[in-house]
Design a protein around this ligand. Structure first.
Ligand code: GAP
Length: 566
């Protein structure tokens, strides 16, 4: 473990930010518990994200289940394609993520997009060894490993289900209801903050690669021919960009959002969200000198994405992906439209009615029902799609459609195919999706690592977290100099009043005052208020207020404390 990573992990364990789960039973890799400070910090980050990406943009938030049935993931492509590459050591049987092995031991920065064969070739060329027992891995097969956790829903053999690997699918599958809620008007955005699960091959670095984690995702549904982002809101925001053609050189380009769009470096919708995200990260305390947006290489992009940029934060020389911004096109809604029995389109009205030739079918349900039972509706839907996409097929005696992986042949005379002249007031379109997707745990970790500093105060070394006030778990700590002579009662009274006014307050009367300051510095409390003997003597009464970052102290009247803190 590198230096800063080690220090942040140690502090996090000792001060209750995050630590290995179920340690009493030996623990299991990839699961972390947020302690009292960490849970509060995480909640504050989530609340801040909610304000920025949901409320302020006029989007709405949903909460969908974390377990979903198998057909959802068959349709989304996760069952077939949500894989990482694995290689098993023939000696110690460790499972190793093969692309990471390559990245960690060669000059190659990004190997995720390579094929299993290419990775095996690189392993052989460099004679790479098992990271655990140093056995050579040359000639060992590299395989795909599906990252989803499978479960069984209901008693007995039940119905197969999966823990969602991204919160996004919970939004996509509910699109037919959500579009109704949005009164069939594009654009609209739906957000969700919740758990996602991935059976990672090699979990690592505390919160960075875990098997259960929180995502904050926004799915913005748009009409690609009509809807434009409100670039005015972010046009001057400067982005530090690491586009594909610069990767490997370590050189960045700095562009405003407006320039990045005009020069065709970033897709306009993606650039809009990069601008909003950059402002937000700065606000919650991510160090902008250790932050960049990196474009995905072609092979690295997820199966659904057409353009994708990651927000990355540097910690100990490693760049960690903390969020992804993808233009997902109409991939997801099209897949669910094809695989489910619901309609995932939006009816888009024309300015004026249009008359055109249209292919229509009226499948004979009296034939399809007895022939295909429960599948009859899906067969009819497929026939309808075929009529629109390939009308020439109906010139044959029978048409072929595929339903749930089964190839079916339907006599054309049971389809009632016709070409009609129709006047239409609009058309059904499948919306496109722009998706900013944030890892909350990785954000918490970045905020902690970037806030961490060691300095010297009055000749004494201190560890301090310069957390932004927006997210610090405690806003103000209140101490009595000593718990006697009425100082404790006065301090309790002040703490209660501040809590009443909505501050998150910690009361501490144990140990000497210097130690109490150090404790609060280590959990990032921006302000400490101390009640001392002067408090009782002064009229009006005053307290000492100490600033975490400068450690300067000043006296403030108790009656003005709330305004002062605000
Ligand atoms: N819906 C898109 C999606 O899930 P992703 O890039 O796979 O995209 C989004 O994940 C974010 O979730 C990442 O940028 C990262 O911050 C976080 N994330 C992904 N896998 C993670 C893991 N195993 N542990 C912690 N965070 C993870």
């Amino acid at each position: 473990m590198n230096n800063l990573t080690k220090k942040v992990s140690e502090l996090s364990k000792r001060r209750g930010f995050f630590f290995q789960s179920s340690e009493a039973y030996g623990g299991v890799a990839g699961f972390q518990t947020f302690g009292p400070e960490g849970a509060e910090l995480k909640r504050n980050i989530e609340e801040s994200w909610r304000n920025t990406f949901s409320r302020e943009l006029g989007h709405r938030e949903i909460q969908a289940p974390t377990i979903m049935p198998e057909p959802v993931f068959k349709a989304s492509g996760h069952l077939d394609g949500f894989d990482d590459m694995i290689i098993e050591c023939p000696e110690c049987k460790s499972s190793i993520r093969a692309d990471h092995l390559v990245e960690d031991n060669t000059e190659i920065e990004e190997a995720e997009g390579f094929s299993t064969e290419k990775i095996a070739e690189i392993i052989a060329d460099h004679d790479l060894e098992c990271s655990n027992c140093e056995t050579s891995l040359t000639g060992i097969e590299v395989e795909d490993f599906n990252l989803m956790f499978e479960t069984s829903i209901g008693p007995g053999n039940g119905q197969p289900g999966y823990l969602r690997p991204e919160t996004a699918q919970g939004i996509f599958v509910e699109f037919p209801r959500l579009k109704e809620y949005a009164r069939n008007q594009l654009p609209f955005g739906i957000t969700q903050i919740g758990k996602a699960y991935r059976n990672e091959i090699s979990p690592r670095k505390g919160l960075v690669r875990v098997r259960e984690f929180t995502q904050a995702e926004l799915e913005h549904f748009i009409d690609p021919d009509e809807d434009e982002p409100n670039l005015d809101k972010v046009q001057d925001v400067e982005l530090k960009l690491y586009p594909v053609d610069k990767q490997g050189s370590g050189e960045y380009i700095t562009k405003t959002v407006e320039e990045a769009v005009e020069e065709d470096i970033v897709h306009n919708w993606v650039a809009y969200y990069l601008g909003i995200a950059k402002k937000w990260y700065k606000e919650i305390g991510v160090d902008m000198d250790r932050f960049r947006f990196r474009q995905h290489q072609k092979g690295e992009r997820a199966h659904y994405a057409t353009d994708c940029w990651d927000a990355e934060a540097e910690i100990d020389g490693d760049w960690i992906e903390i969020a992804g911004f993808a233009y997902r096109g109409c991939y997801d809604l099209t897949k669910h439209h094809e695989h489910s029995r619901e309609d995932f389109t939006i009816f888009k009205e024309y300015d004026e009615p249009v008359t055109k030739e249209k292919t229509v079918v009226q499948p004979d349900m009296g034939y399809l029902g007895p022939e295909y039972g429960g599948k009859a509706q899906k067969v009819a839907k497929k026939i309808g799609e075929l009529a629109q996409n390939s009308p020439e097929e109906f010139e044959k005696e029978a048409v072929n459609v595929e339903v749930d992986g089964e190839k079916l042949e339907i006599p054309t005379d049971k389809c009632n195919f016709e070409v009609k002249e129709v006047t239409e007031s609009g058309e059904h379109i499948i919306p496109h999706v722009v998706e900013p997707s944030f890892g909350v745990g990785r954000t918490v970790y970045t905020v902690l690592a970037h806030a961490y500093e060691e300095d010297e105060i009055d000749g004494e070394e201190r560890r301090v977290l310069h957390l932004s006030r927006e997210v610090s778990p405690t806003e103000v700590a209140v101490f009595p100099l000593m718990d006697k002579d009425g100082l404790g009662d006065k301090a309790q009274e002040i703490a209660a009043k501040l809590r009443e006014k909505g501050f998150s307050v910690k009361y501490d009367d144990t140990g000497n005052i210097g130690k109490r300051y150090r404790r609060q510095d280590e959990v990032g409390t921006p302000v400490c208020v101390t009640v001392d003997y002067e408090t009782l003597e002064d009229s009006p009464e005053t307290v000492t207020v100490r600033d975490r970052d400068s450690t300067e102290q000043e006296r403030v009247e108790i009656s003005k404390l709330v305004d002062y803190l605000r």
